[in-house]
Design a protein around this ligand. Structure first.
Ligand code: CUA
Length: 151
């Protein structure tokens, strides 16, 4: 019967999708890229450079900015940089998954507990940039923000 053939074909397709999904989940997903630093999330506050979060000058108008995301905010909550500064953001979370998006820029990272994510941006326009969490992280999610002031 024709119906039986179609039913069998459908079953084979379904099985194939499930296999692909399983391979994806186990072989590729959940395994962070190995070049990212992994810290025990409960020890983020004691692990350099996050034991002293904030701005570190590395050369002329170039900075490392080490930040921690937590429920519900960022440390430090406000950072001031000179106009034209290149900033290397190194950000992690000490509790749950958070987001790190600088509104109006292409900086957009996901913060996985203890995993240090990085992004670089040069700020040629002065103003106050809003850093916000774009990953739902609990009751205070919408309150989670920081400010980057470019002067
Ligand atoms: Cu942190 Cu939403």
């Amino acid at each position: 019967k024709l119906e039986k053939i179609w039913l069998t074909l459908g079953g084979i397709m379904l099985a194939a999708f499930l296999i692909v999904l399983t391979i994806n989940a186990f072989a590729m997903g959940n395994t962070p890229p190995s070049d990212l630093q992994q810290i025990d999330p409960t020890k983020v506050d004691q692990t350099p450079p996050f034991d002293k979060p904030g701005l570190v000058k590395i050369s002329d108008n170039e900075y490392d900015l080490n930040m921690i995301g937590y429920a519900f905010g960022y440390t430090p909550a406000q950072v001031e940089i000179p106009k034209g500064a290149t900033v290397h953001f190194h950000v992690t979370s000490r509790d749950v998954m958070h987001g790190f998006e600088i509104a109006g820029t292409d900086v957009n990272m996901m913060l996985t507990p203890g995993l240090v994510n990085s992004s670089t941006k040069t700020f040629n326009e002065s103003g106050t940039y809003l850093i916000l969490c774009n990953e739902y992280c609990g009751a205070g999610h919408q309150l989670m923000a920081a400010h980057l002031v470019v002067k």
